[in-house]
Design a protein around this ligand. Sequence first.
Ligand code: GRF
Length: 210
Amino acid sequence: MRVGVLVSGRGSNLRALAAAEGVAYELAVVISNVEDAPALAFAQARGIPTAVVSHRGWPQDAPGGPRAAFERALTARLRDAGVEQVVLAGFMRVLSPEFVGAWPGRIVNIHPSLLPAFPGLHAQAQALAAGVRVAGCTVHLVDEGTDTGPILSQAAVPVRWDDTETTLSERILVQEHRLLPRVLDALARGQLQVQWGPEGRRVVGELEPQ
Ligand code: GRF
């Protein structure tokens, strides 16, 4: 399965995807909207094809507006690379329903909370503020909402009484790096599927126990 990874920053999840061995996916392209993202430098050093598609500078009078033009450029790059599955790994732009519709059921996101709790920014701080005793991370399919699509898999991380946003984020990140490659591998092998039925959508299948 040819995977295209969209990034904006640090790229630790991208590293985890690249480091996984014996997986049924390959990284076909890494696209960043930020030219100096460390994630992009990592991909270049690793010999993974890369592209920069800035979200800035698109003409106001482009059909559908500047964001639509930006997203068309993203889709064109992804298609050029023969991408079958898109992964958002710290990609800091909200994607429109049009972009999501161009990749139906084919975009995966990783989010640092146990969704549906704490969507949006600063999920770990939201968890601490709410006083939950278990936090974690979620890999889900992207739909038109923010962090609302079908959940593919989750990992729990106990919250410690003396956690700060930094310490909790670090421990969640360890689980993110374990979870994301496993989910992509399971998708590539057809072990995880989303089905739509009369009661709505449901995810069929499990990750293999490790
Ligand atoms: C991760 O915490 C991920 O859950 C969130 O953005 C962060 C990206 O980190 N969506 P990195 O760039 O993969 O290191």
